[in-house]
Design a protein around this ligand. Structure first.
Ligand code: THG
Length: 290
């Protein structure tokens, strides 16, 4: 169940986005427990990821997948972008290696439509494209790919005018992306909105603006919502505490599938699900600690 007032347009059954690995299905449900998209396959401060992949050594990326899955990841974000890396070659190669070993849905994280298409060509199941935004070029490049390859998409709340600090304007961009997706032939369940989580060290209002956007998108559009939840603590100490506090507030407002580090955030998410009546008899919460 959603907290009162949230997700009212998504109806009593909620909005469900279904993703698939080779065989396993994961349902992201606005009314269901939070789905965790593991963020660790990302070269940010993980130079070892780039160097091993460039040598054709996939052991480390497989280790990152394994550890995230055991820590509670339901989906894996796959980002191999780095200056000098040919991700049109490396993204599909990494996808093949991961799917060879793990039956988990993938979230393909690249701004390059050619890399995304190359990965979609080899991927089994149903992937999430990370991401499209409200810019014309982005909509025109990614929406047809999502339709043609049967993928779901993440829509970032920014457009040709850049990033706004007005939650109503971010909501309008989310609405525009959903509408353009529908006109392209993508069903509304397959659009997941990213309200844009940014560093609170750089802007004291950054988190409030995003939390308000989450609430608006949840209430007015009823769509599933993601965000790179660890972004907010860049440049600060005690990142785990900050990320945890922000995660709980975001979930209460309507966040349904955060991109985060499961090795640190899973217990907080299990706690939030229990508190919000999405974990009967505390089964998942207790299971985590056993
Ligand atoms: N929205 C969407 N996709 C995204 C982002 C987003 N993809 C990339 C990023 N933002 C989310 N992924 C990360 C990955 C790692 C970190 C933060 C966000 C991170 N890493 C630690 C660091 O840099 O210090 C190091 C690893 C660790 O803590 O274990 O913080 O916003 N749609």
């Amino acid at each position: 169940a959603r907290p009162a007032g949230c997700g009212e347009l998504s109806g009593p059954d909620g909005m469900k986005t279904t993703l698939r690995g080779r065989t396993r299905e994961v349902v992201i449900d606005t009314e269901g427990p939070v789905v965790i998209i593991g963020e660790n396959i990302n070269p940010t401060r993980r130079s070892r990821l780039v160097s091993t992949l460039q040598q054709g050594d996939f052991e480390y990326v497989l280790e990152l997948a394994e550890s995230q899955i055991s820590a509670g990841a339901d989906i894996l974000d796959v980002n191999v972008g780095f200056p000098g890396v040919d991700d049109v070659k490396l993204l599909p190669e990494t996808v093949m290696r991961l799917q060879d070993r793990f039956d988990i849905p993938l979230c393909l994280d690249s701004p390059n439509p050619r890399a995304i298409e190359a990965a979609l060509k080899v991927a089994a199941g149903k992937c999430l494209i990370n991401s499209v935004n409200g810019e014309e070029d982005s909509l025109n490049a990614f929406l047809p790919l999502a339709r043609d390859y049967g993928a779901a998409i993440i829509g970032l709340c920014m457009d040709d005018d850049g990033i706004t600090h007005d939650p109503e304007k971010r909501l309008a961009i989310a609405g525009k992306i959903a509408e353009r997706a529908a006109r392209t032939g993508i069903s509304e369940e397959d659009v997941i909105i990213d309200p844009l989580a940014m560093a609170v060290s750089a802007d004291p209002k950054a988190c409030l603006v995003t939390l308000e956007t989450i609430g608006l998108v949840s209430k007015k559009l009823g769509l599933n919502i993601t965000q790179g939840a660890s972004n907010i603590s860049f440049g600060l100490p005690g990142r785990e505490f900050l990320n945890s506090a922000y995660m709980v507030l975001s979930i209460y407002n309507g966040l349904s599938c955060p991109i985060a580090n499961p090795e640190k955030i899973t217990p907080i998410i299990r706690a939030a699900d229990l508190i919000l009546d999405r974990d009967d008899y505390a089964i998942r919460f207790v299971e985590y600690f056993q």
